[in-house]
Design a protein around this ligand. Sequence first.
Ligand code: FAD
Ligand code: NAI
Length: 464
Amino acid sequence: MADYDYDLLVIGAGPGGYVAAIRAAQLGLKTACAEGRETLGGTCLNVGCIPSKALLHASELFEEAHSGALAKFGVNIAGATLDLSAMHGEKAKAVKELTGGIEFLFKKNKVDWLKGYARFTAADTVEVAGRSVRARNIVIATGSSVTPLPGVTIDNEVVIDSTGALALPRVPEHLVVIGGGVIGLELGSVWRRLGARVTVVEYLDQILPGFDGEIRKESAKIFKKQGFEFRTGTKVTGVAVDGGRATVTVEPAAGGAAETIAADAVLVAIGRKPNTDGLGLEAAGLTTNARGQIEIDHEFRTAVPGIRAIGDVVPGPMLAHKAEDEGIAVAEYVAGQTGIINHDVIPSVVYTHPEIAGVGLTEEQARERGEVKVGKFPFAGNSRAKTNRDTDGFVKVVADARTDRVLGVHIISSLAGTMIAQAAQAMEFGATSEDIAYTCHAHPTHAEALKEAAMAVTGKPIHI
Ligand code: FAD
Ligand code: NAI
């Protein structure tokens, strides 16, 4: 490797990049990872998955204590109050411990952290913090950032993005969320639980695009019961800020009369876009597609030999676990092995209460491809959910009508995010609904609802 500094240079230390770098080093490659942030871990650990889940957990505890919901269990907590700065403090600790953990893993595995933003100067060379670094292989894992809404300026005081919504210093009285997707519902839940009135303005007719139709309908019902207000089929045409308050102008998506909504915070959550600005792709001979993504083949190779790309910057769902698994697979390809990831079986979870999770095809997608059978089981028939007095939601199993092979599983439940792993594993093993139905599930557990939904595919569940 005479004139190469590294066998592999990874650009970006998010879940895609840091995992790729560690796996490559484990496989014996001399590896560096360039990261411009102060801390490792990317969007996910710094301003994404981790701080949002910390606030979701803490705000759920607050709501339970404050709302009197525990009284029916004989737990009387009078006068529970909110200390928002303590809540932010605990979140910051989780972020610090986890980002510090990646730095430890880099040292342990001898991955060099090149501190700075990398820019291509040639197909095998980047400049980082004034230093030119040449690598035999380069993996682009630069992630994504918030999609701006034309005409709406994010000041991160009144008009905020997800990063601002993770750090609000006080609970807004009225939070308007633009976008009824994952971020809108998760961060909307946090501030609703802490006392805000939350209105979600969604362009489409329903929230949570991409999820199974019935799941979308049922979750909207549950969120409305919790106090969310939804303005679906509605578009925002402008946001004016004056004296710390916002006026949001909306009109029907199909066109019609405009009206205004007053708010003291507006969260813009209409999606994320790949990060390629300033990366010098042209110097490497690379371009992006119409959506700003870097196109790759099944071995993550871009159009330029020696350069691969993974994670949010390439097509596919923008999820941390997808980026991580691509990180492992790309390192294995670079090392001359075969990387394995099944893009048809990537679970997706919304960490609200209840959680919403899905893997594989939605019922609508499956029906477009052929004949299917569907089994459903409500948590109202699940003994553990009943015991916990927490029966919202159901499990739906979609199977091929001819082969019985499971094509998709969709769940609304307080434990949906954990339960979906079993469904994903069953699908990886090519399970039929009968395989799940004849697997012994411990009693009393929420997982029994998956077994009963599988029983409902070709026969009848017992408990409903
Ligand atoms: P990123 O995590 O975005 O990391 C890319 C890194 O590259 C960044 O640190 C950036 O600074 C760095 N970088 C960019 N350009 C350069 C350059 N030129 N040189 C050097 N470094 C550079 N996903 C889930 O699966 N579960 C969740 O619960 C979840 N919650 C989320 C909550 C929020 C609020 C947000 C915003 C996202 C959430 N996501 C979640 C999505 C998840 O964060 C992303 O899918 C994931 O981080 C993508 O990983 P990545 O490695 O591709 O990119
Ligand atoms: P999203 O794509 O999930 O939702 C955006 C929503 O905004 C959609 O419903 C869309 O129809 C709507 N929208 C778009 N333009 C609009 C407009 N002009 N007016 C009103 N509504 C509009 O994007 P979101 O919530 O910003 O999250 C970005 C990504 O981050 C997610 O897609 C996901 O990949 C990732 N993420 C994952 C999480 C998880 O796995 N739990 C949590 C948070 C984010």
